[in-house]
Design a protein around this ligand. Sequence first.
Ligand code: NAD
Ligand code: UDP
Length: 320
Amino acid sequence: MANQKRALVTGGAGFIGSHLSERLLGEGYRVVCVDNLITGSFENVAHLMSSPNFEYVEHDVTEYMDVPGPLDEVYHFASPASPKDFEKIPIQILKVGALGTHNALGLAKAKGARLIIASTSEVYGDPLVHPQHEGYLGNVNPIGLRGVYDEAKRYAEAITMAYHRYHGVDTRIVRIFNTYGPRIRPDDGRMIPNFISQALSGIPLTIYGDGSQTRSVQYVDDLVEGVLRLMQSAETRPVNIGNPVEYTVKEVAEAVLRLCGSDSPLVHEPLPTDDPKQRRPDITRAREVLGWEPKVGAEEGLKTTIDWFAQGAAKAKAGR
Ligand code: NAD
Ligand code: UDP
């Protein structure tokens, strides 16, 4: 096809990366997916392998990355993202945010490609400003357990802006707020996969702390739409993409119980260190610049996700 664009998705075999790869293929792109499977799974992209437009390369992006042929766009999404991993694989997280982003930028520069990095609401730390707008500089503890992720992403933003200013690389920064949907790892340790797995197995839902801390959860399709719009826009400043409807963690647990038809009890466990007390995106910039806002409500998104978890559990039971 003439003028067919070619995109690289790092972390393409992860939860978000696989949805992004699928959507790009649907938009007519050729897609190269690079992943070392540290937290992702080949199963997430197995269904894309029959497409002549999809290539899968197993590679650690902290090592020199060679992608033969032209590239128009780079989506740098490789990075573990679950707070459980912050303690288990801290050095890999720091390396992928620093060296991985450096390699992705070097590649984009060599190919003349536009690059977007997956940043995060964690750059705001345990925020003292609420809701969080992109001008807020954050409240991060650099030496805490979450610091490995927060600072890796802050560094990733810094080196991205340096490549933009110094080398003229055409860059975009998306600050992603809590995202969920099918293909999120059931044992990944994050709130929604934990609650759904627990509710479907009839075991207690683990509420860390008293459950009054808040999060704003967005469905993955809304995020992917925002990422694509940002990539095609002229906006080089960071843009929050998240659903501004805010819930307490306890409310999320209760919604999951109701939608799963489960009577699992709630149990309280200690609150992890530096766990942000409140989080809600100010999406004024995304609305104004991208004409974007989320379309999928929590009830609908959670139902679709619960169905996916239930299918996986049924397959596992049948030994498939
Ligand atoms: P995920 O763990 O499912 O996906 C990350 C993918 O990156 C995995 O497939 C993993 O194997 C791969 N990866 C990690 N290190 C790598 C390396 N060195 N080389 C090659 N591949 C590597 O997590 P996700 O939730 O899909 O997150 C994707 C991106 O979005 C991450 O950059 C994350 O920080 C960002 N993000 C996610 C959320 C969220 O709520 N899901 C929120 C904010 C930001
Ligand atoms: N959480 C919880 N029980 C769990 C997992 C998470 O109460 O089993 C809480 C966690 O302490 C945090 C919120 O849910 O306040 C969201 O956690 P998640 O791991 O999804 O990501 P975070 O937003 O902290 O990066």
